[in-house]
Design a binder for this molecule. Structure first.
Ligand code: NAG
Ligand code: NAG
Length: 334
């Protein structure tokens, strides 16, 4: 994967998609897509993006946000996943695992802090399908989730793990690594790319979307069905969790000690992600229609320095520790 990304970076600009870093905005028990209105939500999330983030988010997010931790300056969306914790194999205490910027990005991560990398693809990793199947950007107020914390088997194509050896990502697996990873644990969340064209949300936060991709990686989403006829950008998150400082406490032969913030199945099948659209005006549609957007090089699309992005913050709505050695995962006390 590293070699592939590096090779792609050398290809001359073609119509393709966006890829950009977003620094960590906050770690909190808030979930305005999966559990709107809950303050706090059930488990801790790692959240990036705009500062309109709140327990309830409706309407045009971009009209309320004034900054974003993402490199694309017009993107006030929020992107979040559960947070990874290390569960001490003998005393059972939990410690939050820090995310670190995903490499390689053209020009490095430009000083991103933690965070994750966001992709909006049109066809697959390197091609567009603008001629055959125009991509429609999401409307204001749109949100969706993928995966489920209660899953005990593979829930959805595109949710995966990689055990990193140094900067090398390694094989894609459905479940958490079963041995220490010297470069950290790489997680990927691909969202479905077919929308019903009507609903900004649905009761389960997923049925307004439809997934036609059946394999891992950046593959073209086959034709959308008549129930969900509108092709939207395929949104993907990549996160690298810096598990390395816990590896010496992972006793040889013991089961995987890394758990999501809701604990869930030891396999990690409960991996899931949330998206709240918040691009300003028609900026995402313009980016998707452009021939000059090729990942890190995206022409006239306004970017900000990550040093500026890193200054964007939100308040602590929940006021509870999520960091340090914890006897229980936040919200999970018996
Ligand atoms: C969060 O949402 C509440 C309720 O809608 C609102 O009163 C509050 O001002 C919001 N806080 C921030 C910091 O946006
Ligand atoms: C568990 O072990 C860690 C690492 O040695 C330690 O810092 C933590 O305080 C321990 N927790 C308990 C409850 O003893």
């Amino acid at each position: 994967m590293k070699a592939l990304s590096a090779a792609l970076a050398l290809i001359a600009p073609v119509q393709a998609g966006l890829r950009f870093p977003c620094s960590t905005l906050t770690f909190q028990r808030l979930d305005p897509a999966g559990q709107p209105g809950s303050l706090p939500s059930a488990h801790v999330h790692h959240i990036v993006g705009g500062n309109a983030f709140n327990a309830t988010m409706t309407g045009d997010v971009s009209s309320r946000a004034t900054c974003t931790t993402c490199q694309m300056a017009d993107d006030f969306s929020n992107y979040w996943t559960a947070t990874l914790y290390f569960k001490h194999p003998t005393n059972g205490s939990y410690h939050r695992v820090a995310p670190m910027p995903v490499q390689p990005l053209l020009g490095g991560s430009d000083g991103a802090k933690g965070g994750l990398t966001v992709y909006y693809t049109q066809f697959d990793l390197s091609k567009d399908n603008l001629n055959q199947n125009p991509i429609k950007a999401f409307p204001p107020g749109f949100r969706m989730t993928v995966g489920s914390p209660t899953a005990t088997s593979k829930d959805h194509a595109g949710l995966s793990y990689q055990c990193m050896t140094g900067g090398n990502r390694g094989a894609i697996t459905d479940a958490m690594p079963t041995k220490p990873c010297t470069g950290g644990i790489f997680t990927t969340h691909h969202f479905p790319a077919c929308w019903d064209g009507k609903n900004l949300d649905s009761p389960d936060h997923q049925s307004h979307m439809y997934n036609t991709v059946t394999s891992e990686g950046f593959t073209n989403a086959p034709k959308c069905p008549s129930t969900h006829p509108v092709r939207v950008p395929q949104v993907t998150f990549e996160t690298v969790w810096d598990t390395t400082k816990f590896n010496s406490m992972w006793t040889s032969g013991a089961p995987n000690p890394f758990v999501w913030s809701f604990e869930g199945a030891a396999s990690g099948y409960g991996t899931h992600a949330d998206y709240m659209f918040g691009w300003k005006g028609d900026s995402l549609q313009k980016a998707m229609d452009k021939s000059e957007c090729f990942y890190d090089g995206c022409g006239s699309i306004t970017k900000q320095k990550m040093a500026v992005a890193n200054q964007c913050t939100v308040k602590d709505f929940v006021n509870e520790p999520t960091e340090g050695w914890l006897k229980e995962l936040p919200g999970m006390a018996m």
